[in-house]
Design a protein around this ligand. Structure first.
Ligand code: PDD
Length: 280
């Protein structure tokens, strides 16, 4: 595998970073996961916009975002990825020797790492749906920043996996915020609900696409929090992300949703999404 690290395309084994990198020491950095459809980066401009916002919010000055797109396509080519690709991109605030919490903008030399790997849709999950598990949302209050500081996410996700689920659905003060690495939608009476954009969720690109598709399909959507203790009043759920696309949720912990099969509006969203990506 060839990866990109600080202006160089390197064999993975040769890609080295300092143990004093602030990403390693403090999780002081941000990231993006981007994918292709038909070999073309999907909604790249929106990912770039979100990356710039994340960088800006954590005061990380990185002014070479313009060249990232070219690097990504080169990585896809040099790794001979013929099908679809998943791109992982991370920018940290570089090294601090000795380890110091504060930083001086003039001394910051960011670390940028990008990798590309083949990506295949999980057909079974898409068709049959998944089981998820409710977990407490113990993340910080700036979930709108795509920070690499993911320990609360790892804990919640692992607890969900240990409980037999594929994803953790997070609950903060009785409200459902999102999944550990996905956004969450619930449907009742033909109306879709998803948590409002703001500091308590990451505003997903796939979430935004689904909102647009529902609008086009004239399906009503409300950006409102779903109460955890009212989940059973809904009859359809799904999660969204770059990797999971639109994945139906058919079981929440021990509760099987409806007949245990993906719902009608979930299907509609999936079909509209497939049409969009086919023609992308
Ligand atoms: N996760 N919410 C959270 C907390 C996320 O981490 C993600 C993305 C999403 C969905 O965003 P998008 O539709 O833009 O992929 C929502 C990525 C895929 C990851 O963790 O790799």
């Amino acid at each position: 595998m060839i990866v990109y690290l600080n202006n160089e395309f390197l064999q993975l084994e040769e890609a080295k970073i300092s143990p004093f990198d602030r990403g390693f020491l403090f999780a002081d950095g941000v990231y993006e996961s981007i994918r292709t459809y038909n070999g073309k980066l999907f909604y790249y401009k929106d990912h770039l916009k979100r990356l710039r916002k994340s960088l800006n919010e954590i005061r990380l000055l990185y002014n070479e975002t313009e060249k990232i797109e070219r690097i990504i396509y080169e990585l896809i080519n040099t790794n001979n990825i013929n099908g679809e690709a998943l791109i992982y991109l991370q920018i940290t605030r570089g090294t601090s020797v000795p380890r110091t919490h504060s930083f001086t903008q003039e001394d910051v030399n960011p670390t940028i790492f990008i990798s590309a790997a083949p990506l295949k849709r999980n057909e079974q999950e898409q068709k049959e749906g998944i089981r998820v598990s409710l977990q407490d949302d113990i993340r910080w209050l700036r979930c709108d920043i795509k920070s690499i500081s993911l320990l609360p996410v790892i804990i919640a996700n692992q607890s969900a996996v240990d409980a037999g689920g594929k994803e953790a659905i997070l609950r903060r003060n009785g409200l459902i915020t999102e999944g550990s690495h996905t956004n969450f939608f619930a449907i009742k009476d033909k109306i879709a609900l998803t948590a409002p954009a703001g500091p308590l969720i990451l505003s997903g690109i796939t979430r935004m696409i689904v909102l647009e598709l529902f609008n086009q399909l004239e399906i009503k959507v409300k950006e409102e929090f779903i109460k955890a203790d009212e989940l059973k009043m809904f009859n359809e759920f799904f999660i969204t992300s770059t990797i999971k696309e639109i994945t139906p949720v058919v079981q929440i912990d021990e509760w099987i949703v409806g007949d245990g099969k993906p719902g009608e509006l979930t299907h509609k969203a999936q079909n509209a999404f497939d049409e969009l990506v086919e023609n992308y």
